[in-house]
Design a protein around this ligand. Sequence first.
Ligand code: KG4
Ligand code: ZN
Length: 308
Amino acid sequence: MIILGIESSCDETAIALVADGEKILSSEVASQEDIHALYGGVVPELASRQHLEVIVPIFQLCLRKAGIAISGINAVAATTAPGLSGSLIVGDNFGRAVALALEIPFLPVNHIEAHLAANFFPRLPDFPALGLVVSGGHSSLFLVSGPNDFQVLGETRDDAAGETFDKIARVLSLPYPGGPPLEKLAATAESAIRFPLPGVKNSYDFSFSGLKTAVIYYLKENPEADRAAVAAGFQNSVAEGLVRKLDYACNRHKVRSILTGGGVLANNFLRSKLKIWAETKGVELRIPSISFSLDNAVMVAVRAFYLL
Ligand code: KG4
Ligand code: ZN
């Protein structure tokens, strides 16, 4: 069962060919970071035009690298929600066209569920599991009872974790996307400022706006502040808040594993904090490799494999 996965929900055009939900035949990601960096954030109109520009050549490259003919594809899956509508429609339309021409099934895939499906290969985790997705657009906590059973426990009430990284990076005069440069700056810190945590007390929900405002006010009141100490303090708060939320959920649901995903999981400080917590808690933790934590199309194909 070879599935063509397509991802175009934001500023990455990604295509993958995956066999039997576990064997990656090819996977390509074309990032538009350079285009949007000029504007300090994703410009939706530019994003959709760029997806349209590159989607066919990337698909052809994937076929070549996988060494298969187009007729070797058995099903097509594309991210259809959530995301930027003009961007989503490019991958969605392209996928439906391929499926129509080849007379094979087309499967619409939810982007957040796909991030969790990045934990489903090379083998499925033990269920039930808790799933944490922290990306540029979302911060959600799930109870995952099986490969097709996702129940939202909590969500952010305001900004997403990645969006907050991007905003704080901007006030620290770092380029877009802000996560990677902010992580680098924080790694040079000799101390860290203490900021509030982003979790809502006694709830599965997150709230990042209080933390964001606290950092912005701190910088306004202390214009000479050590920027690295601010970055480290902010990163500490996000990591500590996410760990505490998982701990809170873990104490209330008997789960056998923890699944994670989304661009913020590319943060090495957060990855190590989660690993330390899971070890002391004695629960299996899955963190996709950095390239599969960020937006990719393998996770879309894997999600579709279980839907099929
Ligand atoms: O999942 P993703 O690639 O796209 C969305 O679905 O949104 O996540 C992108 C987000 C951006 O906000 C970016 O700043 C953040 O992930 N990010 C990071 C790091 N790398 C990417 N945040 C913190 N530390 C990083 N190393
Ligand atoms: Zn994503």
